[in-house]
Ligand binder design. Structure first.
Ligand code: PLP
Length: 409
């Protein structure tokens, strides 16, 4: 790296600090749970994506130890070389059976992260298109990993990219009507990660059918949580279609790590042949796959049901009892409950006052959310109690009062 580059990095970091956009790491000393230890302080955490409270579950801790005894700690190679173990194979079978009621001929492919799964699914789809023969339709508030997959695919295949507002599908329809490209893919978050609202998957699927497109649904925040059995948004919406490419992540509600793509078997086979992030990356430790099989059993079973019921209870208490004087609460029906404050300064001040009161709820700022919509992203876990939520409501009301008073003087 040239010295100029280092100088520029230093200047630009100083600039981020000035705009209140510099992000800071906090070091946690405890397992991911609703009580966290940060430095020498105990904090109530309302910020993880561990919605079912499985990240520190004794049965999963046991399964990881068991898995590493059986398979060691590393896979040693990519899947196609020698890294694909019986644990991966079993996990993929089980994941496919989770989605089979909603995707005919479902096959699943396991990845070390959702980021990689999204890159692989979108660039792999793009590789099927002739040059200039691809249109990608992307919901404006999609996750960064979908956006990056789309950027990479469009750089490689010269695809046309169209953004659409998922609450207003007319614009999507108008562009699709005129679209003569042979391959089309509509890409959406299932649950929007910073707002907690659901994508209109049924309507999008209908549009995909009418215009011979495929629909990619990234259910990172729905898998494990939505649907009677926790199979995700397709279960909840009662959808069955062979046009769906489903992405689920396993480091959120599933409590462990990794992700998967589930689609019709031919598409998955194509990704195994041609999906570069899949082919050129070392397989996740088999012990992780072994642990995930146990996590899927919990999700599907009675314990998963109970945990989802607890989550619904918490969401209802929040929606019924939280009223702000000036701030706005989102109407979200999921564990993601943002409070939108607008300016970076207000969001940072609220996060700081929450921290003083013993809460871990970071401010979320651009570019993660649109400019002017900085927010607190509050998330619930089944390990929270109703009292925890009521206590948080009281604290937040106090903090809002303090900030409103300060801003008016
Ligand atoms: C978290 C997330 C991802 C990335 O998944 P990782 O396993 O954390 O890499 C992808 N999409 C959405 C919508 C997410 O929220």
């Amino acid at each position: 790296m040239s010295f100029l580059a280092l100088q520029l990095a230093k200047e630009q970091i100083a600039d981020l600090e000035l705009q209140l956009l510099k992000r800071k790491l906090r070091v946690s000393q405890s397992p991911c749970d609703t009580n966290a230890v940060v430095g020498d302080r105990q904090l109530k955490a309302f910020c993880s994506n561990d919605y079912l409270g499985l990240a520190n579950h004794p049965d999963l801790i046991k399964a990881l130890a068991e898995g590493s005894k059986k398979y060691g700690v590393g896979s040693g190679a990519s899947h196609l070389i020698s890294g694909h173990s019986a644990a991966h194979e079993l996990l993929e079978k089980k994941l496919a059976s989770f989605q089979e009621p909603f995707i005919p001929n479902a096959r699943a492919l396991f990845f070390s992260s959702g980021y990689l799964a999204n890159l692989t699914a979108i660039t792999g789809f793009a590789k099927l298109a002739p040059r200039n023969g691809l249109s990608l339709y992307s919901a404006k508030l999609n996750h960064a990993s979908l956006i990056d997959g789309i950027r990479l695919a469009s750089a490689q295949n010269n695809a046309s990219v169209h953004l659409f507002d998922h609450t207003q599908l007319d614009s999507l329809l108008n562009v699709l009507k005129e679209d003569t490209k042979p391959l089309k893919l509509i890409v959406t978050d299932g649950v929007f990660s910073m707002d907690g609202d659901l994508a209109p998957v049924k309507e999008l699927l209908k549009i995909a059918e009418q215009h011979d497109a495929l629909l990619l649904v990234d259910d990172a925040h729905g898998f494990g949580v939505l649907g009677e059995q926790g199979h995700g948004i397709l279960e909840q919406e009662n959808i069955r279609s062979d046009r769906i490419i489903y992405i689920g992540t396993l480091g959120k509600a599933a409590g462990v790590s990794g992700a998967f793509i589930c689609a019709q078997d031919y598409f998955i086979e194509w990704l195994i042949q041609k999906g570069r992030p899949y082919i050129y990356s070392t397989a996740t430790p088999p012990a992780i796959a072994h642990t995930l099989v146990k996590s899927l059993e919990i999700i599907e079973g009675d314990e998963g049901k109970k945990r989802r019921a607890q989550l619904s209870r918490l969401i209802k208490v929040w929606q019924d009892e939280m009223t702000f004087a000036g701030w706005t609460k989102s109407p979200s029906c999921t564990s993601i409950q943002p409070v939108i404050l607008g300016s970076n300064a207000s969001a940072l001040m609220a996060a700081k006052l929450l921290d003083d009161a013993g809460y871990w709820i970071p401010a979320i700022r651009p570019p993660t959310v649109p400019v002017g919509s900085a927010r607190l992203r509050i998330t619930f876990s089944a390990n929270h109690s109703v009292d925890d939520v009521r206590e948080l409501i009281r604290t937040l009301k106090d903090i809002e009062q303090k900030i409103l008073e300060k801003n008016s003087t």
